[in-house]
Design a protein around this ligand. Sequence first.
Ligand code: DX5
Ligand code: ZN
Length: 218
Amino acid sequence: MNILSPSILAADFAILGKQINEVHEAGAQYLHIDVMDGIFVPQISFGMPVITSLRKSSDMFFDVHIMIDRPERYAAEFVDCGADMVTFHLEATEQVVETIGIIRAKGAKVGISIKPGTPVADVVPYLPLVDMVLIMTVEPGYGGQSYIPYCTDKVKEVRRAITEQGLTCDVQVDGGIGTDNLQMVLEAGANMIVAGSAVFKNNITENVTNMLKIMGEK
Ligand code: DX5
Ligand code: ZN
């Protein structure tokens, strides 16, 4: 099954609840929530209080992408405030296995992410321990950037490694994805699609519907 996970970073925060209902009603299965700390990435987005509020008004699957330094410090708290899956960055910690353990112990799914410049080989040893691997297709930190073409080969490479090891991890892509390159990333082996601008710019319902059609989910 292919999953669409709209990134609320591109939403209008003044009417966030309304826009989340709209992506949900249009058929998006997950909600991608980007947490930025101003250290691991240059920008600061939002944190726990926002997720706690959203949890009260939405039963969507919360796919929380934490772009924060030393994620082991906060991983448990993100599950407590409503994350169904927590994805942290391999580059952000020396305690990769410990961080996976913290998230698992809380009963949430675990995602691990690599930036465009990080080789797939670095994440391969952790594949048996995680539910999902996120291949960043832009430099993390901002929405609205252009897809980095060489990342397609990384998606292929990680999918090959998952298959070779007989695993069932999901492969997520995040950054610069829209109707123009969606088919290409699906063919490369991605099955979880994050999209910010491509969902929240102009007509949300139409955007979600068009993307789900390409994904064979509508
Ligand atoms: C970037 C974030 C992305 C971002 C994607 O650091 O992780 O989730 O919101 O935005 P678009 O789809 O606009 O590139
Ligand atoms: Zn993200």
